[in-house]
Design a binder for this molecule. Sequence first.
Ligand SMILES: [Zn+2]
Length: 315
Amino acid sequence: MKTLLWLTIAVLLFAAYFALSQRKSQPNTESESPTKKTGESNNVPVVEPVSISVSPATLIQGEPARITINGVASSSAIASLTLDDKPLPIFTDESKVSALVGIDFHKKSGSYPIALTLHDGRTIEEKFEVEQRAVATTTFDIPAQLGGNTKEAEHRLTSTLAQDTAIINAVLATTGPEKLWNGQFRLPLDGSITVTDVYGYKRQTGGVSLSHQGTDFRASEGTSVYAINSGKVAFADTLRNYGYTVIIDHGLGLMTLYMHLSENKVKKGDLVEKGDLVALSGNTGYSLGPHLHLSVRINGFSIDPIKFLELMGPE
Ligand SMILES: [Zn+2]
């Protein structure tokens, strides 16, 4: 019995020794264990290449552009998009993630950066060329009923314009954070269209130089004026120089202005659909005959309405 006990102890000691020696002889595999390394894991999602395209490719002072971000499914993937370090509102339209840009009439020509940052940390930077606009200048006489070409009439014109500009700028600052427009934009008038005054030229009146910040359409007194897309009426009142005026906020910094009207058919706060009657055209304010003046503002900048309609309107 005693012998059996000693034998059992000997076997157990041998087994313990064997186990310990085996353990020592094993290589230290801790640092070589097949842990997943960044980039090799099959849990990393498939990454679509992301790119930026700009339409039109060449940009001119006072014109609009559309920036499209290719390779992202929705605007929620984007942390920021800037042009010349200024943030641009992003929207999704017809399954394209885009931003609208209005080039300031006075922006210096040259190369500006567009910078895109995604939430996954990727960044893309592109160059954006702005070209000089050829600006025509015409001389213009202040009509006799507005005082003629006198210093007093010039002063009155510039001071009332400054008042109107302050009111308009305050309205532009109220643009909503939601995109209210849908699909393509339409013309503000029905039937055949005649442009009587283009955007951007300068009218020199004595010591005053005024740049035309919209497009004038031929329209006899009382012609129906329609919202060029859906939005919210941000202003419907009268201004010293622009006469009866309706301003529609389409959201995200895009506003359209209808001026020199004979009658406003909407009031501030009204929601309008594309094609809704908003006013009747006229000859109010500083106007030399019945017409419709249409202005388009993108993030406050006045841009050429005809170029805007080419970009955002029907084919
Ligand atoms: Zn005009």
